[in-house]
Design a protein around this ligand. Structure first.
Ligand SMILES: *Cc1c(COP(=O)(O)O)cnc(C)c1O
Length: 373
């Protein structure tokens, strides 16, 4: 008997498709009999330099904190964030990764009678978090693989409560510049006030060139319906520890904190985030390397005649033709990249920009595969 027929789940839960994460190194090692140490993972946009030594050193001295509950209010980390960004402590919510924050926002604002808006080809978690609340989702067709904010505005309905925007976007790497975002925020706030929340997911913001960077936190004063989310998983290299945060109007932060489980960010994650924030050198090095290596990818794809989307993040979406075949051939050679069929982007693969050696191995393997097929 199929238990699925008996389970009394809400229909909206049954409709959720599982999130497809990058293949873990151990899994490839098991499946293909490849030595773990020789596998190159360019699938989850992790930091190719690893993590700051400062973080490693602090964690290795911190074993004595394991048996205590972590600080439920993350006082120390919030204080460092508050000073670094000149924002009130009360405007910050900490999350078990920014994924947690996105879910908490959905939990706070959505129910079965409301809807959330997000773009085609944008982060899969927006849809999952919306569906998990039984809310409807409005997927706005993309324009040139990025957000079409005019169409976003036109797609707003009476029951819309949340708008998710990833900037830079994942998996396409596109970017909305400040002036365009302001036009959008203006029209949303002028017409809907704080009845409609805009979530600006800035998971890759550290990778932006200086000329593109802007202080989104400072926009919250003018647009109290804006929530900005950030993560330590990407440029800061703490993906395995799970820590992210949001900045918003303190009243909004207060409600999000009510649905948050009190100990959602573990003690190592809090400590590591504090140390990571203090190591600007590591961050600068990571971003510099990313920029330099990104150029190598562009040149390489140009030489093969592959179409790619110029990226503002630490990954590139590239059209390789038969992406299933290419992906399989890469796996056989010990290289993990990210298929994006689940985003309706068949033919494309998303490649995280690794360190110089990893990228060279990827280029060699892909050249080899292109000759083969
Ligand atoms: C990676 C990513 C996140 C979530 O990362 P966490 O590890 O949960 O902090 C959020 N948004 C986008 C667009 C991402 O690519």
């Amino acid at each position: 008997m199929d238990i699925n027929n008996q389970l009394l789940l809400p229909e909206y839960i049954k409709k959720i498709s599982p999130y497809q994460s990058g293949k873990p190194i151990n899994e490839l090692a098991r499946e293909f009999g490849i030595e773990s140490a020789s596998i190159v993972k360019l699938a989850s946009n992790e930091n190719s330099l690893g993590v700051s030594e400062r973080v490693v050193s602090a964690l290795s001295k911190a074993k004595d904190i394991i048996y205590r509950y972590p600080d439920a209010n993350g006082f120390d980390l919030k204080l460092v964030l508050s000073e670094k960004y000149s924002i009130p402590v009360e405007s910050i919510v900490l999350g078990n990764g920014s994924n947690d924050i996105l879910e908490l926002i959905a939990m706070t604002f959505l129910d079965g009678n409301s809807s959330a808006i997000y773009s085609e080809y944008s982060f899969a978690v927006y849809k999952i978090a919306t569906q998990a609340r039984g809310a409807s989702h409005i997927e706005v067709p993309s324009s040139n693989y990025g957000h079409d904010l005019n169409l976003f505005y036109k797609s707003i309905t009476d029951n819309s409560r949340l708008i998710f925007i990833a900037n830079p976007n994942n998996p396409t790497g596109t970017f909305i510049k400040k002036s365009d975002l302001i036009v959008f925020l203006d029209s949303v706030y002028n017409n809907y006030g704080s009845k409609l929340i805009v979530v600006l997911d800035e998971a890759y913001t550290e990778y932006l060139d200086e000329c593109d960077k802007f202080n989104s936190f400072s926009l919250i004063e003018k647009y109290p319906n804006l929530i900005v989310t950030r993560t330590f998983s990407k440029a800061y290299g703490l993906a395995g520890l799970r820590v992210g945060f949001s900045v918003s109007n303190p009243n909004i932060a207060n409600f999000i904190n009510r649905v948050r489980q009190p100990f959602n960010v573990n003690c190592f994650a809090q400590l590591a985030a504090i140390e990571a924030l203090k190591d600007q050198d590591f961050l600068d090095k990571s971003c510099y390397l990313n920029k330099k290596e990104k150029e190598r990818f562009y040149n390489f794809f140009d030489s093969l005649g592959f179409k790619y989307i110029p990226s503002f993040g630490n990954f590139i979406l590239v059209n390789v033709g038969d992406s299933n075949k290419v992906n399989f051939e890469l796996l056989k050679r010990g290289i993990i990249v990210r298929p994006v069929d689940n985003y309706n982007l068949s033919g494309w693969l998303r490649i995280s920009i690794g360190n110089s050696l990893e990228n060279s191995l990827f280029f060699d393997s892909l050249s080899d595969i292109v000759r083969l097929i």
